[in-house]
Design a protein. Structure first.
Length: 286
């Protein structure tokens, strides 16, 4: 099965961010995010990806104690009008950068989700995607997302995932079969998970011969200390850019459609994929 959309015609420069938000401080984190977006735009990025739950910080005790203060509200159409995000709106508009940033979102029907907000180049904010694969105790605080999503930037199709979603090959594969050329993953990996952090997203890139942009939180206090390592992978799973395990960083790389086309021509897993993955199975003794 060949993905239904051709490769893009022009390159796309993207940025991935690792940074340390302050638990519960949505306004302060939005202001810091605005600076990071300007840094990305100054390096030529047209898309910037910030970590999971960046606007409130991935800190479950705070998220449990103050949902009203940590959440942003979405209207029935998914738009977010929270004034605390105004600096980020302005930065996206002035820098000409589409931003994907993690947030806790309260929906009109009462659901609370781990979301990736899209701040477009006009400064409008909307819910782009709600995390489908909740990890561990996240299930006590949040509801699961019910749909996948693809972000369209110029002629690029960018599938959206959040952290644990990327641990499931099926999630990225669904994006690829929808024609994604890339997969954007705001994440929050804890210290000690470096091996898995560096393996999952490289594998998703190679599995699906598409670019992967992985953002991550960094720093913080145990047991909620995060390990950076933000990265951008090419369609063979090779790192085009990678952050250290510590420290704030804005990492930029250009996604080359020629590299995408060449990889898919040489490594045709998507085209060769069996629709039923082999059909009936048999068991045998050895």
């Amino acid at each position: 099965m060949t993905p239904p959309h051709p490769v893009p015609t022009t390159p796309l420069t993207v940025a991935t961010v690792q940074a340390t938000p302050t638990p519960g401080d949505v306004a302060g984190n939005a202001l810091a995010a605005a600076d990071l977006v300007r840094r990305a735009g100054g390096q030529g990025a047209r898309v910037a990806v910030l970590p999971e739950l960046y606007l409130c910080a991935y800190h479950p005790p705070t998220l449990a104690a103050d949902p009203a203060g940590t959440d942003v509200a979405a209207d029935p159409a998914g738009a977010v009008a929270d004034a605390r995000l105004d600096p980020l709106r302005v930065a996206a508009r002035e820098a000409g950068v589409t931003v994907l940033v993690g947030a806790a979102v309260r929906h009109p029907d009462g659901r609370r989700t781990i979301a990736a907000l899209v701040v477009d180049r006009a400064g409008a904010v909307r819910v782009g995607y709600d995390k489908q694969q909740l990890w561990g105790d996240e299930r006590e605080l949040f509801d699961v997302g019910v749909r996948g999503a693809t972000l369209l930037v110029d002629d690029w199709r960018l599938g959206l995932g959040i952290c644990y979603d990327g641990c499931f090959p099926e999630h990225a594969r669904a994006a690829a079969l929808d024609g994604a050329h890339g997969y954007l993953c705001p994440s929050g990996y804890l210290a000690g998970s470096e091996h898995r952090r560096d393996l999952y997203y490289a594998a998703r890139a190679l599995d699906n011969t598409m670019f992967v942009v992985f953002a991550n939180a960094v720093g913080g206090a145990d047991p909620w200390r995060f390990n950076g390592g933000a990265a951008i992978y090419d369609p063979q799973g090779r790192a085009l850019a990678r952050g250290a395990d510590e420290g704030t960083a804005v990492l930029v790389a250009t996604l080359d459609p020629a590299a995408l086309a060449a990889t898919r021509a040489a490594h045709s897993m998507l085209a060769d994929r069996l629709p039923d993955q082999g059909g009936q199975r048999v068991s045998m003794s050895g």
